[in-house]
Every structure is written in C-alpha cells, then in structure tokens.
Design a protein. Sequence first.
Length: 158
Amino acid sequence: MEFGIELFTNRAIFVSDYHEISLAISVNDRLIEESLSKDKFNFHGLILGGKRLAGTGRKIVYSHQDIMEIFEARPAQPFTLLYLDPSDEIRLEIDTNLFLDPGIMVQDLTMKISLGNRSLEIPLNRYDVRINWPKRGFFVVDLSEYVKTMYFNRTCVF
C-alpha cells in the first residue's frame, strides 16, 4: 500500500535561502529509508497559506526559478508499506531550521497522511496530536493511531 506524508502551511510563511526541512518515517524505531526527504529553499520568499511545504520520499533544492509562479513544494513520493501490526509505533521525524520550537510549528502546519487511495489532514495544533521535542528544530510526531486507523479501515466503504 502506498504511504506518504506532506506538510501544508496554515498561513503564509517566510523562507530564506538557508531554510530546510527533512522528514523521515520510522516504524518501531526502524527508519524507513524510502521515506527520507529534504526540502531546501535556496531563495528568499513567501509560501502562502494552504500550500505544500514539504513531503516524504524525495530530496529537492528549490531556487529562485521555482518562485516565478506561486510557490508550492513538490508532492511527496509515496513508498510501499507492506504490513502493519496493531502494536507498531509509527513516527514522523521533522528536522528543520525553519521552526525551532513546537509552539510556532503547530500553529503554522497541517499534516496530510496518504495511505492507498485515502488521505487524512491533521492540523498539528489538534489536542490529540502528540509531538515530542527532543531538541531545537527536531520534532517527533506520533502517527500510530492515525495510520493504523486508516490501514485497518482501508476495506470499509463509506
């Protein structure tokens, strides 16, 4: 089953030529290599609210040529998730110099989880989103309940 995560802006965000965001997904503390990504911004500009800021599974360096139109980061490159056990712990690791503390990050970002043909958008400032902040600019978002619910309900017809 195809799996990917994207981060979208809730409001306009200024980026500079030294900003970058790296994403990685781990299952039971094992890093999934196919999920590794880096979005590096080699321009000074504004990313409007509602636009994609980062996604898993690819490494891209954006330049001033990318802002000739309204800027939006490229979509995530999904990877295959073969099997999930109900006891699995799934986490998204965000390593960035754009947000150094969780208070600002959770106000500014919404996470979109895509699993197969389903997707779920979760504002990071929701009460049930668990985020660990082990150091400045590094965040670990617990995805376990969201992904497992989507995974185990994938055969349901709504």
